[in-house]
Design a protein around this ligand. Structure first.
Ligand code: BGC
Length: 268
């Protein structure tokens, strides 16, 4: 993809799942990648190993790409500030932020513990905003930049028993569109990609053949998506191939959001 080579990228929550696949994809594209993690230090290091293997396989000279792991709780303003300082001083700048860190919990809306609800909003929505504003402040001083947010089909469609999750992702939709408009004249683009049912650790059903088959039977394309399929769109949105796209969400869901049935995969 055009314009990713030599760019400095920070990916939050890149120690597993979609974030990890995005890190690997950017390394293949010749970008310098900072892998943020909260608790999974060993997993973040494993991401770096995978990045090395991927860039080597892509014909990039070993050692020519910079990379780093960086610990931070994205919900904490102080952690975020320290993380940005470390990445910017180590890489000499930042061009692309991927807001990927997130969590999800399930429970009846009238019963769900408020501390869990608060934590999810803090990480999925407030965390994305804390990182976005830090990135934007830097971009404004350096001629521009790109933000890509990992949203969900549930930024648009409801999901019973996941009220905090749907609220956080709807909030992300509002943030993406608002920031895109606010900074459209500053060479800063902000977009989201919205995964449907994806084979990642956030979805334990991926390892339960019966539940997986049931969920997949409700997806128009008949299968769940992969982290690599999400990473490809994240890379596209960050690249110069998407130079005229801002404030948009690309749904990567095998047709899930087209499905007219009330019996949805998440109730199946
Ligand atoms: C959720 C998954 C779910 C998918 C489709 C995603 O945002 O993280 O748990 O399978 O949406 O409902």
């Amino acid at each position: 993809m055009r314009g990713l080579q030599g760019k400095n990228v920070l990916i939050t929550g890149a120690s597993s799942g979609i974030g990890q696949a995005i890190a690997v994809r950017f390394a293949q594209e010749g970008a310098h990648v900072a892998v943020n993690y909260y608790k999974g230090e060993a997993e973040a290091k494993a991401t770096i190993e995978q990045m090395h293997a991927a860039s080597k396989a892509a014909g990039i000279a070993p050692g020519s790409l910079k990379d780093m792991t960086v610990q931070a709780n994205v919900a904490k303003e102080e952690d975020v500030a320290i993380m940005f300082d470390k990445v910017i001083s180590n890489f000499g700048g930042l061009d692309i932020l991927i807001n990927n860190a997130g969590m999800q919990i399930q429970g009846a809306s009238h019963e769900i513990p408020l501390d869990q609800f608060d934590r999810m909003i803090d990480i999925n929505m407030r965390g994305a905003f804390l990182c976005a504003r830090k990135a934007i402040a830097h971009f404004l001083d350096h001629g521009g930049g790109v933000i890509v947010n990992d949203s969900s089909v549930h930024e648009l469609i409801p999901r019973p028993e996941y009220v905090g999750y749907t609220m956080s992702k709807s909030g992300l939709r509002g943030m993406t569109r608002t920031l895109a408009l606010e900074y459209a004249r500053d060479n800063i683009r902000i977009n989201s990609f919205a995964p449907g049912a994806t084979l990642t650790p956030i979805n334990p059903w991926k390892d339960d053949p019966q539940r997986k088959a049931d969920i997949e039977s409700h997806i128009p394309m008949g299968r769940a998506g992969t982290s690599e399929e999400m990473a490809a769109v994240a890379a596209f949105l960050a690249s110069d191939d998407a130079a005229y796209i801002t404030g948009q969400t690309i749904f990567i869901d095998g047709g899930l959001t087209l499905f007219p049935s009330f019996r949805t995969p998440w109730t199946g």
